[in-house]
Design a protein around this ligand. Structure first.
Ligand code: IPE
Ligand code: IPE
Ligand code: MG
Length: 247
């Protein structure tokens, strides 16, 4: 039986998040510059977005650029930002055709003006789409997000809008970049690294983690299916014991 037909469509994760890693090592393996790896990674983005949409996943979040990634060599950062503008501009048509809404999380105000402009336009041009939400994490870090959320909440307390005692999980969730999105149920990281790298720390509190040695530019539909099949075989107990779970 092929992998796709092993997927139970009634038990899909509502939200899948991906740490797309390994572009540089993939390029090196092929004797090419790192930027070639990033360019090749765009093909995987297209393919995984298409696969997730076809299956009926509600949210797909892709970690594209972390706040820490500014520390890379200047040439690589510039190349990544250029690739971002080019890709976003060329993909809007397909996003609209496939009824996909684009959103972004992260401190996008710090992106180069050209990248920001292209991003905001694409978000606006796709805002009515309803089939799937594709979220790009750009200049994102979970610690930045939590600091930012804390400042927002502190201001609400300061202005008397809410009281400190009334702060609950929902107050925090609503102050995060991901407000109104379900938490990721499945987090995939490619390239063999088994770390989180400052991604969605609050939101992945109960996510299933899936690590694969495949480098991002080699990650194809079958690899996503494999991750989902694996996810569906796990028992999500949420603190309970096996016997308490409804089948
Ligand atoms: C992921 O691939 C892409 C970004 C972080 C932008 P890397 O560029 O981190 O690739 P490796 O980890 O060096 O192989
Ligand atoms: C994480 O990958 C960030 C993105 C995928 C955008 P990195 O390659 O930057 O992660 P570390 O620094 O090796 O943990
Ligand atoms: Mg990396």
């Amino acid at each position: 039986m092929d992998l796709k037909s092993q997927i139970n469509l009634d038990k899909l994760p509502k939200h899948i998040a991906v740490i797309m890693d390994g572009n540089g090592r993939w390029a090196k393996k092929h004797g090419m510059p790192r930027v070639f790896g990033h360019r090749s990674g765009v093909k995987s983005v297209r393919e995984i977005t298409e696969a997730a949409t076809e299956l009926g996943i509600g949210y797909l979040t892709l970690y594209a650029f972390s706040t820490e990634n500014w520390n890379r060599p200047k040439g690589e950062v510039t190349a990544l930002m250029t690739l971002l503008v080019e890709t976003i501009k060329s993909e809007v048509k397909t996003l609209n055709k496939n009824n996909i809404r684009l959103q972004a999380i992260g401190d996008i105000s710090k992106l180069p003006p050209r990248s920001l402009k292209a991003l905001l336009k694409a978000i606006d041009d796709t805002k009515e789409n309803t089939r799937m939400t594709l979220v790009l994490a750009l200049n994102y870090s979970a610690k930045w997000e939590i600091v930012n959320a804390t400042q927002k909440i502190a201001k609400q307390v300061e202005s008397g809008e809410i009281s400190a005692e009334n702060i609950d999980e929902n107050t925090i969730a609503q102050a995060l970049e991901t407000k109104d999105m379900p938490d990721p149920e499945l987090l995939i990281r490619t390239s063999g690294e088994t770390r989180i790298s400052n991604f969605l720390l609050w939101q992945i509190a109960y996510a299933e983690l899936y690590f694969t040695p495949v480098f991002w530019p080699d990650f194809r539909k079958k690899d996503l299916y494999q991750a989902i099949v694996d996810f569906q075989q796990r028992e999500r107990r949420f603190g309970k014991i096996s016997e308490q779970l409804t089948p």
